[in-house]
Design a protein around this ligand. Structure first.
Ligand SMILES: C[S@@+](CC[C@H](N)C(=O)[O-])C[C@H]1O[C@@H](n2cnc3c(N)ncnc32)[C@H](O)[C@@H]1O
Ligand code: SF4
Ligand code: SF4
Ligand code: SF4
Length: 413
């Protein structure tokens, strides 16, 4: 394979999430936004990324970076369906093309196929494993079912136990849906019990509609004849969910358990980058690459109209720095409605993810985030504690001092 000569001319973070089996999956989670992307590749015989493409991607991805560290993220569909040999090859190619850079890997999985061999591999190669689990059994099994309609909780828990047995670093990724949103504290305590020290929660906000390409879930710019699926979370409940978790966290868990949302808010309070794209000012730095090399503007915008090109014919740099992608990225900031521009929490929220900007403001301006009511509720609730933590950081004291402050405010000893 010839050497790629596409080096990134600008100091611009470039991040591409790779999909080794596209949308293929062994489960059938009711709310999944990705399963139906198989429709886009119906005519293809296989949805497996080839080793040639893997090599091309590895070479180009590494050489497009301007930083000394390169993070590979494997995503799906179900990543483990591609088999361990593929990932062994990925490591070999990373070594071949690293050229002195530090290469790291993270992989997102439903955990069902984990076994000792996978765990040893992840441990030996320092993978960070993201496990999808929505909460204790009655919560998880509500929507995370296999193709036969059976719950998957016990199989995921087996996977987590194996990761722990092999000391593999893992974090949990959970959706907030119409059901578990009513069990915030139970859900949070469950994650602490199973040893998840880094928790991410992702609200389910989708709309059904008709499209010619066979996809049923819509991008935000489609407004005609849409319907919200029943598993979506209500905005106000979403805000309350975080308030309730925060109340327990701020009294006893600061510095021990990390909730991505709280980290992002604190980072915003002290003027740092939030560490997660949804609260950043602009988008466009994080693309998704399908099994055949098609690159899309973002993992949540895998629609034909957001396809930037294909890695076999276009360079990553030319796609990621294309006018279209830059416009897509800046639209997050440029299309904010007045309500956001005048919002006291703008520098923390930045209008959240454009995918969720599907409602109008009270004076009829489009582009408001569906979650706005909940986001405001959360920001209002955490504000005094976040201000306290930001001041502690400013004075080079540990933000965990907020626990004492919170206990005093609530008169708890
Ligand atoms: C699409 S899956 C792919 C990786 C793997 N199959 C898994 O489940 O972890 C990635 C993550 O997206 C979450 N997810 C799926 N559908 C979602 C939706 N409609 N809104 C928000 N998150 C969703 C899943 O729960 C999972 O944590
Ligand atoms: S396991 Fe992941 S990819 Fe598969 S259906 Fe569930 S959320 Fe979607
Ligand atoms: S569209 Fe949403 S998920 Fe995609 S980069 Fe922007 S904020 Fe992140
Ligand atoms: S809280 Fe609401 S109004 Fe404020 S920036 Fe976020 S989405 Fe916009």
């Amino acid at each position: 394979m010839g050497k790629t000569i596409a080096y990134n001319p600008l100091s611009y973070p470039l991040y591409v999430m790779a999909k080794p089996v596209g949308a293929l999956c062994n489960l059938d989670c009711s709310y999944c936004y990705y399963l139906e992307k198989e429709e886009l590749y119906r005519e293809r015989k296989t949805n497996r990324m080839t080793e040639d493409l893997l090599e091309k991607f590895t070479d180009e991805y590494i050489h497009s970076q301007t930083t000394p560290e390169v993070l590979f993220t494997w995503h799906g569909g179900e990543t483990l369906l591609r088999g361990i040999d593929f990932y062994k090859k990925a490591i070999l190619y990373q070594k071949k093309y690293a050229g002195g850079r530090l290469v790291a890997n993270s992989i997102q999985t439903n955990g069902i196929l984990l076994n000792d061999e996978w765990c040893r591999f992840f441990k030996d190669n320092n993978f960070l494993v993201g496990i999808s689990i929505d909460g204790p059994e009655h919560i998880h099994d509500r929507y995370r079912k296999d193709k036969g309609g059976r719950g998957t909780f016990s199989r995921v828990m087996r996977g987590i136990e194996l990761l722990q047995k092999h000391n593999v670093e893992f974090n949990t990724l959970s959706v907030i849906n119409d059901y578990n949103v009513h069990y915030p504290v139970e859900t949070y305590r469950f994650f602490k019990e199973i040893g998840s020290h880094y928790m991410q929660f992702s609200p389910v906000v989708e709309r059904w509609g008709d499209r010619d390409d066979g996809l049923e879930l819509l991008p935000p710019d489609e407004v005609e004849n849409t319907e919200m699926p029943p598993w979506c979370v209500k905005a106000e409940d979403f805000g309350q969910f975080y308030c309730d978790i925060f109340d327990e966290w701020v009294i006893q868990d600061v510095g021990q358990y990390y909730v991505q949302m709280f980290d992002a808010t604190l980072a915003g309070m002290v003027g740092q980058a939030p560490g997660v794209c949804i609260f950043g000012r602009t988008c466009g730095h994080a693309a998704a690459m399908e099994h055949n090399g098609d690159v899309y503007a973002c993992d949540h915008f895998v629609f034909p109209e957001y396809r930037l090109g294909n890695i076999k014919t276009d360079t990553l740099v030319s796609m990621m720095l294309s006018e279209r992608q830059i416009r897509f990225g800046n639209a997050k900031r440029d299309m904010l409605p007045r309500q956001c521009r005048e919002c006291p929490y703008l520098n923390l929220c930045n209008g959240e993810c454009p995918k969720n900007r599907i409602i109008c403001t009270s004076d009829g301006e489009p582009g408001l985030n569906y979650l706005c009511v909940g986001l405001r509720k959360y920001y209002e609730h955490v504000w005094p504690y976040m201000e306290f933590m930001a001041a502690e950081l400013d004075n080079e004291r540990p933000p965990a001092n907020v626990m004492q402050y919170a206990r005093e405010r609530r008169q708890i000893r």
